[in-house]
Design a protein around this ligand. Structure first.
Ligand code: ADP
Length: 468
């Protein structure tokens, strides 16, 4: 069975968030299953990684976007060292950019990516068994495969859509239709939602099946999904929640080259302390006090707007009995407020930006990882933190519900219900009480490190879905 994963991100080539981690790991684990050949297709970016690898140009052609003719090249990575074949679609002017997102003309950008993929497959007469589309950037593929005569060669190919983040749907005006490959006009409703072209809605309507990255998140989408809840309810017969795994080869505290002191379950307590001492020294924090960390995008979805108040309230209320460290970037108001507190409080450290190495060090050093998310389709941070012996302190929502159980009901983490400062600080106080009880933290480190979040089970579930 040949599967093409279509995505705008893939670790380690281009990562903005969890989508990259999933697309960089799932195919690798699928390829360990007999008879499976999973590949990844992504845009070509101007990232230094790309130039460290050698590529063959395997396709050169043209697509049309309305009156514009665009060159499309497909490059295949030579070494196959990633655990899957990697194909990159290069469209000069639209895809060869520094970052995956944040451009004014993203409608043209993602449309070109999707057209480029389908044009290449049809021109080379490559008919995969499954086209697995990830998020709205590839959400129009199921429609195009079935209803655009230009891609008739692929008609009938199984398409699966995975919603990693339903907050982003890629809505665009119907004016964009003139730049799309032609389609049977009476099928327009399959792309429409409330008078706009909505790629995510179209993916839900036209794919053979669609998945969310946890069961908890799927349940929530039936109730609240930025206007698509009634659509999900209509299409529930082909909806599946499959929890993400983590790449336990990349995220292995025993071998992780990004850590200062590697560790396993046996020596975790002592080695984590050494990692923490080094990190605290670098950031002027106090290693004898518990360390709470947050890693992520500064977005309301992640509850990041609550962080400034959480910082000052928790430090004041505990009379400075804890450290907090935050790594991330995003909303400038949140960044500025946190910068102000970084100057004010010696117990608080802030590092702005995207820093893969530092994130690994924090997972290994912190005692507690804070995740006050309002929306969390799956969440990977809590799984990474648990694998590195750090206790997750999470809001009870989406994938966090599925992966973190409170210590009071036999789990090894801490849950809270409301995305509000009171609830968060109260839960941090519970954490502080645990920290000060002899032996409790050591047990929690071991318990968290014993959870199995490996990809194998979920990779099998996707295969079962493809063969359904
Ligand atoms: P998202 O909604 O952002 O995709 P996930 O929890 O699914 O959230 O995945 C987040 C991924 O991005 C994790 O691998 C996390 O470690 C990483 N990450 C987020 N922000 C940063 C940052 N500032 N520096 C390094 N890694 C980060």
């Amino acid at each position: 069975m040949v599967i093409y994963h279509l995505s705008t991100e893939c670790y380690p080539i281009a990562k903005v968030g969890g989508l990259a981690d999933v697309v960089g790991a799932l195919p690798k684990y699928q390829n360990k299953i007999k008879g499976i050949d999973a590949k990844v297709v992504m845009p070509w970016y101007n990232k230094s990684f790309v130039y460290d690898h050698e590529f063959d140009i395997i396709f050169d052609g043209f697509i049309h976007q309305g009156p514009n003719m665009l060159q499309v090249q497909v490059l295949k990575e030579k070494s196959d060292s990633l655990g899957f074949e990697l194909y990159m679609v290069k469209i000069p002017g639209l895809l060869d950019r520094d970052n995956p997102y944040g451009y004014q003309d993203e409608n043209f950008q993602f449309l070109a990516f999707q057209q480029g993929i389908l044009h290449w497959l049809c021109a080379m007469e490559i008919r995969p068994d499954v086209l697995h589309c990830h998020d709205y950037h590839t959400g129009l593929i199921p429609f195009m495969v079935e209803h655009c005569p230009e891609f008739g060669f692929l008609k009938g190919t199984k398409t699966i859509g995975t919603i990693h983040n339903g907050e982003y749907q890629g809505m665009m005006s119907w004016n964009m239709a003139q730049y799309m490959p032609s389609f049977d006009a009476y099928k327009w409703g399959l792309m429409d939602w409330n008078g706009f072209i909505n790629p995510l809605a179209s993916m839900i309507k036209c794919s053979h099946a669609f998945t969310t990255v946890s069961e908890g998140y799927l349940e929530e989408l039936f109730i609240s999904f930025r206007g698509l809840e009634s659509l999900v309810r209509q299409e529930f017969g082909k909806a599946y929640g499959i929890i993400n795994g983590i790449d336990t080869e990349v995220w292995n505290p025993e071998t992780d080259p990004m850590l200062d002191f590697n560790f396993n379950r046996k020596n975790a307590v002592a080695q984590k302390k050494k990692n923490k001492a080094k990190l605290c020294k670098e950031y002027g924090l106090k290693p004898e006090l518990p360390l709470f960390a947050f890693i992520g995008r500064f977005a309301t979805e992640k509850g990041a707007d609550l962080l400034p108040d959480v910082v000052w309230r928790s430090i004041k209320q505990s009379y400075g009995a804890l450290n907090i460290m935050i790594l991330g970037s995003g909303n400038t108001y949140i960044e500025n407020k946190l910068k102000e507190y970084d100057y004010t409080y010696t117990n608080f450290a802030l590092d702005l930006g995207y820093k893969e190495h530092l994130s690994h060090k924090i997972y290994a050093s912190a005692d507690f990882l804070l995740m006050p998310s309002r929306v969390e389709p799956c969440g990977l941070n809590q799984m990474y933190s648990m694998r590195y012996g750090t206790v997750p302190v999470v809001r009870y929502t989406g994938g966090l519900r599925d992966t973190v159980e409170d210590i009071s009901t036999g789990g090894a983490g801490l849950n809270f219900t409301y995305a509000g400062v009171d609830d968060i600080v109260h839960t941090m106080n519970r954490a502080l009480a645990m920290y000060n009880q002899k032996g409790v933290m050591d047990d929690l480190i071991h318990a968290n490190m014993s959870f199995d979040f490996a990809w194998e089970k979920s990779a099998e579930k996707y295969i079962a879905l493809y063969t359904n």
